[in-house]
Structures are given as C-alpha cells and as structure tokens.
Design a protein around this ligand. Structure first.
Ligand code: XMP
Length: 513
C-alpha cells in the first residue's frame, strides 16, 4: 500500500473536500486536517506535499487564521489555493491587500507554461476566481507565473523551495485545466507515484476501525441504501460478529427490497455479522390508518422507526459504537478549519439520542456519493445495492397520496417494479437520477375487456438532476412509456390509468408528498 500522502490543510473554504477529491482522483492518498495542525504532527505524518485550501478571511486583518510559519522550513512542497496562496505570501514577507471590488466567476488568464505547475496547460485559458483581496508584493525568491486583467499575481512560485500559490480555484471544474494543475503539483513537484486506489481506502479504513474498536460492540441501523450498506460492510470486515445490523422492514419498501437486503447481509449472505430483520409492517400500517396529511405521515413513520429501533437496541444492551452512513454531502460544515467543529446530519432523525452508545463512527464522512459507490464495488457489494437510487426514509408512504393501506402499497410496489424493470432494460437506469411510480388518490372510469372499471391512476415520475435541489423531468422515449403503461395496466389489477409527470422542480418537488 502507498505510503505517500498529501495533507490538505483546511482554512475554512467551501471547496475543501473538492480539493481532496481531485487528489484522490489522481490516485494519491490525502487527508484533510485543520489549519492549526502542529508542526510536530506534520513531521510525524511526513506528507509528500501540503495543500493550503481557500478560506473566508483576509490574512492581515484581525482574527485571520494562519498556520505555523515553521511549516515553510520543513522542505515539503506546498501548494496554496486562494487564501492558502495569500497565507504563504503573507507569512513569507509579501503583501496582500483588499481589492475595491470582489473578483468572482470565470476569468481569462495567461499562464507561464514553463512553470512545473502549468506544464501542458494552454497558455491562454479560463480560471474560476472568488476573492476580495490579492497578492500585491511577492515574498523573496518568488515570481509571478500567471496574470489576469485585474490580478498581476494570479499564480506564484518559488521553484527552489517547491512552493506554489494560485489566486483562483483549480479544484472547481470551471477552471478549464484545474485538474491538470493539481496533477502537475502532485506528480511534477511532489513526485507522487499515483499508486493509491479505492482499495487502499477500504484497507486503511478497515485497519483503522479495527484499531479503534478493539473488542467493542457496534450497532448499525441498516436501511439497505448504498451509504449504510457500505458502512456496514466496512465494519463487518473490521470487527465481524461484534457488529449487529438492525434492519427495520416498515412495509413501505420497494418490491422485494427487504428480501434483497437480507440476502446480502443475512445468514445466507457474504458477511459475517449479526443481522436482525424486524418485520414491523403491520405496526406501521396500523399507525398510518386514516392518516392523510403528508407531514403527519412522515412524523409518525419517523417516530415509529425510532421506537422500533430503540426496542431492538435495548435487547442488544449497551453498545460502544453506533455506525452512521454519513457521507460528505451530509456533513454540514461549521468551519472545520476554523473552529475544529463539524456537525453531522443524522440519516435517521434523532436516532443517536435514543440508544445507549459511547461514540458514533462515520467511516464514509469524507467521501462523495460516487466514491462511496466505488468503495462498495471494491467491497464486493452487488450492483443492485451499489447503484441503488435515492429512496426516502418514509418510503412508499410519501408516494401514496392520501391514506396508506397495505393494498395500496402493493399496487404502487408492483407498478414501480415494472417501471424500474423497463427503464433498466432500456439502459436508461444510470442516466435518469431518480424514477418511480406513485399512486394518485384518483380513481377514474375505464373499460377493460367489455367491462367498466373504476380504478386508481398511477403516476410515473422520472427526473434528471445533479443535486436533487432542482430537477428536470426526464425525456423518456414514448415507446418505453407505452410499454410501461401496457404492462402496468395488464399486470397490476386495480390500476386503469397511467400518467407521466412532466413537471420540473421547482415548481413541483421530486416526491409527491
Ligand atoms: P423532494 O421531494 O424534496 O426530494 O424534491 C428531494 C430528494 O430527497 C428525497 N427525500 C427524502 N429523503 N427522507 C429522506 O431520506 C425524506 O423524508 C425525504 N423526502 C424526500 C427524495 O427522494 C429526493 O431524492
């Protein structure tokens, strides 16, 4: 396994994990640490290179965060990005000043392509700027290696000391050749060998979990989604039977889903862990009887889920660790670098408060979704779990408009199954980000054979989106929609009308409730 490591020192910028991600994409291992890491600690880690991130401060103004100046004496290559470049400049005796108007967005830039940092990069290009102060005087031994109309030192270097700084953000894709620059720093300056792979993340994490947990007891609420599944497998590989996974079947899962989860994690599956499947279907249906209001449904399901989980956890007794499948986009940063505090969003609302445990473990908290999927593949999880599309905690209850009943769950499960099957057969499953069937509360007249029907209408929903905050209705070819419609009408008794929802988000949401 690679011993090389890049240290990303976090000064509170919003793109910091993106920097880490770009480094990992170059097959170089990296870790994000707070800006105030001690020099002793850095010496102990002995990184191959250091990257200073951006941040919101102005270096020479009161309260600005700075790193230990001794870092520049260690002989380790340093790449400062935005605020990181200004920290380098300021601490080494150069000047940084506020600019009258903030420079923001795509900006034309000219590079000195003789620099190792810009080797192979187009001389005239586009970078992404976001700064309200800039370097006005270089430290001794440095020279400018890029300029924009308003920024004379858009990039700086001291080749002898292997120190580089850029005012723009190479980690953001709007900087046309940003990834190339990061790769140049890693390979031309730091001489990394690029032999790190997701397998190394998996191995290292398993090793770390082993050391941390020792003979402790671990509890995991397994939902069957990719995040909690990957987290559970990592833990099971680290501590085996010390891990108990509790999987609550609330009766609002997709068709066959509960069995699929059990097939992977249960006694017949590949992993050596304690798997508890709780059949709480009737319990949830009873609680939801007569309830029509969407928010009330969510609240009931959330509370009932906690109660069921709590009962299971109490039977297990006190545990040392609770596993959460938190991934990076779930992590709400409250200035990791600045305050050393990071709050996490809990996937299952309120869970940690109701179970006795000493500590939460979140092995995926630094990964993006696609990286979690890669880790899942490394760990041998089936594609059906690794590429599972997002599925809401309250499940099908928010895809059934109005009261939820067991019969309606069956209708929506069957229609949804057909829709997913046809989308997969058409090879559209990786293109469309979320797609499902929802049961409208509308019944209408139809005729099948020679008889009149008075049945439900199913709505099909499929969206393309990058962040799920906004979304477009997917343009599914009519032939495929027609096939889905035909199959649903013929195979799902109780449905006589199929509609395709063409609304974007906003104004609609992705889910129906
Ligand atoms: P909306 O409907 O708000 O959905 O446009 C955006 C994304 O969030 C998912 N979603 C949920 N996920 N619990 C969850 O875990 C929920 O209550 C919930 N509501 C919506 C939805 O599936 C979509 O991916």
């Amino acid at each position: 396994m690679s011993k090389q490591m890049i240290l990303v020192m976090d000064f509170g910028g919003q793109y910091n994990q993106l920097i880490a991600r770009r480094v990992r994409e170059c097959n170089v291992y990296c870790e994000v640490v707070p800006y105030n890491i001690s020099v002793e600690k850095i010496k102990e880690i002995a990184p191959t290179g250091i990257i200073f991130t951006g941040g919101p401060d102005i270096v020479n103004e009161e309260g600005a965060i700075l790193c230990d100046k001794e870092i520049f004496e260690l002989g380790i290559p340093i790449f400062g990005i935005c605020y990181g470049a200004q920290v380098t400049t300021y601490l080494l005796g150069g000047d940084v000043e506020r600019i009258p108007t903030r420079e923001y967005g795509k900006t034309e830039i000219t590079f000195d392509t003789d620099s190792l940092l810009f080797k192979g990069v187009e001389k005239e290009s586009i970078c992404w700027m976001s700064h309200s102060s800039q370097i006005t005087k270089l430290p001794e031994g440095f020279k400018g290696i890029a300029e924009t109309k308003n920024c004379p030192f858009a990039a700086i270097e001291c080749e002898e000391k292997k120190m580089y700084g850029v005012q723009f953000h190479p980690e953001v894709l709007h900087t046309t050749e940003g990834t190339k620059m990061i790769s140049n720093f890693l390979f031309n300056v730091c001489k990394c060998n690029g032999d790190w792979k997701m397998a190394s993340f998996v191995d290292t994490t398993i090793e770390e979990l082993k050391n941390k947990i020792g003979d402790g007891k671990v509890l995991c609420a397994l939902s069957g989604g990719v995040d909690s599944s990957v987290a559970a497998v990592l833990l099971s590989k680290a501590v085996g039977k010390q891990l108990t996974c509790v999987f609550v079947d609330h009766g609002l899962l997709r068709k066959n889903e509960a069995d699929e989860v059990e097939a992977v994690f249960g006694p017949q599956g590949d992993y050596d862990l304690n798997f508890i499947r709780i059949d709480a279907r009737q319990r949830f249906y009873n609680k939801l009887k007569g309830v029509e209001e969407p928010e009330t449904k969510r609240k009931i399901i959330g509370e009932e889920f906690i109660r069921v989980f709590e009962e299971a956890a109490n039977e297990i007794g006190e545990v040392d660790y609770l596993v959460q499948g938190t991934i990076y986009p779930d992590v709400i940063e409250s200035g990791l670098g600045k305050s050393d505090v990071i709050k996490s969003h809990h996937n299952v609302g309120g869970l940690p408060d109701c179970v006795n445990f000493k500590e939460i473990v979140e092995p995926l908290r630094l990964l993006f979704k696609d990286e979690v999927r890669r880790a899942g593949k490394e760990l041998g999880l089936p594609d059906s779990l690794v590429y599972r599309q997002p599925f809401p905690g309250p499940g099908l209850a928010i895809r059934i408009i109005g009261e939820v009943t067991e019969d309606k769950v069956k209708l929506v499960q069957d229609a949804d199954y057909i829709f997913r099957d046809e989308i997969a057969k058409a090879g559209l499953d990786k293109e469309i980000n979320q797609y499902f069937a929802a049961l409208t509360n509308m019944r209408s007249v139809g005729c099948m054979g020679d008889s009149r029907t008075y049945d439900y209408a199913i709505a099909l929903r499929a969206v393309t989106t990058t962040d799920f905050m906004t979304a477009e209705a997917a343009r599914i070819p009519h032939e495929i929609l027609e096939k889905v419609m035909n199959r649903i009408i013929n195979e799902v008794k109780g449905i006589n009308r199929v509609m395709y929802d063409y609304t974007s988000k906003p104004p609609a949401t992705i889910e129906f409730e």
